[in-house]
Design a protein around this ligand. Structure first.
Ligand code: AOF
Ligand code: ZN
Length: 407
């Protein structure tokens, strides 16, 4: 399949492959190189670069391997040396033109004498946004944009969403029984899904910068929130906890499977008693007080704070009340919905609580929907589509009309 090399655990957009112009093979290779940075470069993008000499031979390859490391273009130029003169550079993202942790890639390409640059997509980072392309063209370099654009979009869905919406990319992962429950009547949820599905979730976690849960999930399930996969880094653990009820003895404070210290961020409101905040801080948590909306930490503030802490992607793991708050703010970009062939009955909660939508036309729907089986369970993934805000009459939803990341 055309974009096999840009598949990831949560699916990614499912567009038809872009029409392949000449040079697409080199861009495909550049995308595969970029993929090597997965799970290592966030909040930066995954980027790959292939340098091709006028005789058609590949003289350099590079990729962005870690935050603060060389950008893909510079890595490829280092390999090519003098052979870069007159070459064509295939890059999966517009070359940067700013001094960040490293120097501008535009300058590096120009001083190496690259003659032509083929770019998959523009970089929406506020410091770039077309400036890299303009700078190269102004210097006489031929620049083509749009080769394998759909594949490049899919590869960096999280990065692109975070930059465009100025908040972390959010995926809601949930697991329910066939009859729509996330727990049995006691409130316990271990384990609704099969072991294979739980393993899949651990791989998913390793791709995210942070994992978020509501305090009720901590109190009921006491999850460790680690990514138990070979070489997987453990994301930052985030708890939405209005009045600081997270027990200082909770498992999420424990070190990860690789022995690394847990990084815990707890969002509380001013109603959280100082003594509880102090107890959580003495467990090593960073406790952030944000304004309250209906008694709960205001999401837009928490998301802005997460972004300021370099969290580019957030895996939301429930429960249903917190998830509803995110949906009401139009702050869920994608879902991974496990459905287990089990019937639980009773009136335990489902994956989405809150006030619910007022009428069917107000429903949240899915685009790019895909289904697969994982172990004995069904996994439905897709990108969330929100109804036009003006159609909503429900009071609750109205409160959120100015939500973050509105389309
Ligand atoms: C490129 N090639 O390989 C990457 C780019 O943190 P810094 O200083 O490395 O800068 C990060 C920003 O640089 C990021 O937001 C994006 O705009 C660009 N990343 N650009 O030309 C690369 N990784
Ligand atoms: Zn760069």
């Amino acid at each position: 399949m055309a974009h096999e090399n840009v598949m990831h655990t949560f699916g990614g957009p499912h567009q038809a492959a872009t029409v392949a112009p000449s040079g697409a093979a080199h861009m495909r290779r550049a995308l595969a190189l970029a993929e090597r940075g997965r799970g290592r470069v966030s909040p930066n993008p995954m980027v790959g670069c292939v340098l091709v000499a006028p005789d058609g031979s590949v003289v350099g390859e590079g990729w962005h391997a870690y935050v603060g490391g060389s950008h893909a273009e510079v890595a490829a130029l280092d390999v090519a040396g003098a052979a870069a003169r007159g070459a064509t550079a295939y890059v999966t993202l517009e070359p940067c033109d700013h001094h960040g942790r490293t120097g501008p890639c535009t300058d590096a390409l120009l001083s190496a004498g690259v003659a032509r640059v083929v770019v998959a997509i523009e970089d929406p980072d506020a410091r770039v946004r077309g400036r890299g392309i303009a700078k190269l063209r102004a210097a006489g370099v031929e620049v083509d944009v749009g080769v394998l654009a759909a594949e490049a979009e899919a590869l960096n869905e999280a990065y692109l969403t975070a930059r465009r919406k100025a908040r972390p990319f959010v995926l809601y992962k949930t697991a329910m029984s066939l009859d729509g429950k996330i727990a049995v009547r006691s409130g316990r949820s271990r384990w609704i899904t099969s072991e294979a599905a739980r393993e899949h979730v651990h791989r998913l976690r390793a791709e995210f910068d942070a994992i978020a849960v509501g305090v009720n999930t901590v109190l009921l399930d006491d999850p460790a929130l680690t990514a138990r996969v070979e070489g997987g880094r453990t994301p930052v653990k985030v708890v939405f906890d209005s009045i600081g009820r997270t027990p200082p003895g909770a498992k999420l404070f424990e070190a990860g499977p690789d022995g690394s210290d847990a990084t815990v961020l707890i969002y509380v409101t001013e109603e959280a008693p100082a003594a509880r905040v102090a107890a959580l801080e003495s467990r090593g948590a960073t406790v952030v007080t944000v304004a309250a909306t209906r008694g709960r930490p205001r999401l837009i503030d928490a998301l802005a704070d997460l972004q300021s802490r370099s969290v580019g992607s957030l895996l939301l793991e429930g429960g249903g009340t917190l998830a509803w708050d995110f949906f009401a703010e139009q702050a869920v970009d994608r879902v991974a919905w496990f459905i287990a062939p089990k019937l639980l009955g009773g009136n335990a909660a489902g994956p989405l609580a809150g006030t619910g939508v007022a009428s069917i036309p107000d429903a949240f729907t899915l685009d790019d929907m895909r289904t697969q089986t994982v172990g004995s369970d069904l996994l439905v993934t897709g990108r969330v589509v929100y109804p036009p805000a003006s159609d909503q009459t429900d009071d609750e939803t109205h409160d959120h009309a100015a939500g973050v990341g509105s389309r």
